[in-house]
Design a protein around this ligand. Structure first.
Ligand code: C2E
Ligand code: CA
Ligand code: CA
Length: 634
């Protein structure tokens, strides 16, 4: 009995610590946290009733007292595992929308167990006690193990089935808790005196609580607002459960102007005041901080959305007293109804973002449908596709052969990245590269392309194929990274290839970047043996200046320039003359976008160096490219 007792005391102490921790921090009382609280209480009662049961025996209480504690002990036990399943389900489902059948299924084993426990005094079904024999196992004793084990196994199966919807660390928690408890149940069956079960339950409760702690949304102390990740989490769950909702958005439209006039601190204080004014009117967990100037409210009473929006607009559009200053702000509001205003939760997120970043500094209530948002939504979808693509290897590198007109063979190729998303299908680099440059993911994409090309060079006998080098596109953003050169070098070294096999194409863009760093990095590449190409010559911006100042082995004439070669005579001349200038600087010319025999003949006639275009081949996957080269260079 002493063995038993120490474990019980340890778990009671652990639970007390846990309960103090729970009470002393702010929590969002959503359904899963409520279930977790129930679970903790039930688990806490297990060792408590165990001790009562043992003491009642030791101090020779009446048989009926022992029996009651015994029953309570088993009850608490069964409830814990039941709550565990409910807790895991609550991460995916909303109890409000669960079907009656499903509920019945979940509750039945629990109900059977409870009935059997209640029948214990009369029928000695499970586990009984009398003064002569002590505790005795009844014929149905295995049920007190089977039902909890069943709930745990159910939880595991459920987790497996919903694995896509559950967080990685959450799944780890489930496996850990289930494993601990299943092992404990097995130990108990074979070694009934090792009463470690209650101790393991308290350990499980700790693990679950810390997981909750870990994954819990951040709650702003002074306003009761929650961060936007929690909005996404809750919204997604509602969408999955087909539960209608609306999001009411509030923004201080003239935030920047106020900041300039009244100072950043006062403006921030104003935003906090407004946020807490709103936050205090709603439950914890339904108001969210989107940015310093924007908050969102998740509203489930959708029929009241417009009324609520207008009421809040009137309330907030007053003037606010901050540090003795009367600040009146322009409140901009809108609401998004789901479903209704848009399809798919990704679009809801895109709308929230759009509203937050919208160029508008005057207040008012706007109808979200009036905003031209389709483009913004597409950008958001493509951003997601890029993220997914990097995670799941949806990117590929295609190669487009480039022909040397003098030698009449293909001496090089341009590597072009491709993205095929399982949801959006193929996305053109012309669309996703600018988006990737904007959000910085171009660096990871660029690394992927460089790795793939290096691997290609390392795996193939370039000389035998008749290839001198491979051209790849380098974004200005990549080029401006602090560790750009080291990064390129580390990838190239990893595959042990000579830099002479790589030619990096750069384009001049008119964005506001630092030309000094750009030029310095290009020079550093040149010194290390990489060759450089100036891409898209003839479009856009100050290419002549760039061409003269940097050492380009190749200048690539853009598709449009190639068109000139077959259009009016005057433009044909321009093409030929420019080519002469480039030759005089010891650079070679690649004409891009050659599609017709006419273009090919003309370019050959005027002595153009290289040709790239659909006339020979579209960009194709690696194997197809190698085959093409073997067939044509033989
Ligand atoms: P770019 O560097 O000017 O690449 C040439 C584009 O012209 C390619 O488009 C190619 O498929 C297309 N093209 C080739 N021959 C013909 C032709 O005969 N007719 C026509 N109409 N088009 C032809 P793509 O692959 O869609 O790439 C678009 C742009 O995306 C590229 O233009 C480049 O700026 C960018 N890009 C592609 N791959 C990468 C990459 O790996 N990294 C970076 N930073 N940008 C890339
Ligand atoms: Ca290019
Ligand atoms: Ca180009």
């Amino acid at each position: 009995m002493t063995f038993n007792f120490y474990f019980d005391v340890a778990s009671i102490i652990a639970f007390l610590v846990l309960i103090v921790m729970v009470i002393s921090t702010k929590h969002i009382m959503n359904s899963s946290f409520k279930i977790l609280c129930h679970l903790t209480v039930a688990a806490f009662l297990v060792p408590v009733f165990d001790i009562c049961r043992a003491d009642a025996v030791t101090y020779r209480f009446d048989e009926s007292v022992v029996l009651v504690f015994n029953m309570l002990f088993f009850m608490a036990h069964t409830f814990v595992t039941f709550y565990f399943l409910m807790f895991v389900m609550s991460q995916v489902e909303m109890t409000e929308v669960r079907t009656k059948v499903k509920n019945a299924l979940i509750y039945t084993p629990l109900a059977i167990c409870v009935i059997l426990i209640l029948l214990m005094p009369k029928f000695n079904t499970i586990f009984y006690y009398n003064l002569e024999e002590g505790f005795v196992r009844g014929p149905l004793y295995p049920l007190v193990n089977i039902v909890p084990a069943g709930y745990f196994i159910w939880t595991l199966i459920y987790t497996y089935r919903k694995r896509e919807l559950l967080d990685k660390s959450f799944k780890k928690m489930i496996i850990l808790v289930t494993a601990i408890n299943l092992i404990t149940i097995i130990v108990q069956i074979f070694w009934p005196n090792a009463a470690i079960r209650s101790f393991m339950l308290s350990m499980s409760a700790f693990i679950m609580y810390f997981f909750e702690e870990h994954g819990r949304a951040h709650i702003e102390d002074d306003t009761n607002l929650v961060d936007k990740d929690y909005l996404i989490e809750t919204g997604l769950k509602m969408v999955r459960n087909e539960y209608p909702f609306s999001i009411i958005l509030i923004r201080i439209a003239n935030y920047d102007a106020l900041s300039d006039t009244f100072g950043h601190n006062n403006t921030k204080a104003l935003a906090l005041n407004i946020a807490s004014h709103v936050g205090n009117q709603f439950d914890l967990g339904s108001c969210f901080r989107i940015s310093e100037s924007t908050i969102a409210i998740l509203n489930t009473e959708t029929e009241k959305t417009d009324e609520l929006t207008n009421r809040l607009y009137d309330e907030l559009s007053d003037s606010w007293e901050i540090e003795g200053l009367d600040i009146s702000c322009d409140i901009l509001m809108t609401n998004i109804e789901y479903p209704g205003d848009t399809e798919g939760f990704e679009n809801v997120v895109a709308l929230v973002r759009y509203f937050n970043n919208m160029e508008r500094s005057v207040g008012g209530v706007i109808d979200i449908k009036e905003l031209n948002i389709s483009e913004h939504i597409r950008v958001n979808l493509v951003e997601n596709a890029i993220e997914r693509g990097l995670k799941n290897n949806n990117f590929e590198v295609y190669y487009q052969p480039i022909r040397d007109l003098d030698k009449d063979t293909f001496v090089t190729a341009e590597a072009l990245v491709r993205l095929t998303d399982p949801e959006l299908g193929p996305i053109s680099p012309a669309e996703f590269i600018p988006i990737a440059e904007n959000n910085g993911t171009i660096v990871a994409i660029g690394d992927f392309v460089l790795e793939t090309v290096c691997k290609f060079v390392a795996d193939n006998d370039m000389e035998k194929l008749g290839l001198h080098y491979i051209e790849l596109n380098l974004s200005v953003i990549q080029c401006l990274q602090k560790d750009f050169i080291e990064n390129v070098e580390s990838i190239v070294k990893k595959y042990k290839i000579d830099p002479k096999y790589l030619c990096l194409e750069v384009t001049e863009t008119a964005s506001n970047y630092s030309p000094a760093v750009f030029t310095k990095n290009l020079e550093a590449l040149g010194e290390r043996g990489y060759s450089l190409a100036l891409d898209d010559f003839g479009t856009g911006y100050a290419n002549i200046e760039r061409m003269v100042t940097s050492d380009f082995r190749i200048v690539k004439f853009d598709k449009e320039m190639t068109q000139y070669s077959t259009s009016e005579e005057r433009l044909q001349n321009v093409f030929a003359k420019l080519q002469n200038v480039i030759h005089s600087m010891d650079s070679m010319v690649v004409a891009e976008g050659v599609e017709t025999k006419e273009q090919y003949d003309y370019l050959k006639k005027i002595g153009c160096d290289y040709i790239q275009g659909y006339y020979f081949s579209k960009p194709v996957p690696q194997e197809e490219f190698v085959e093409f080269i073997r067939d044509n260079n033989a």
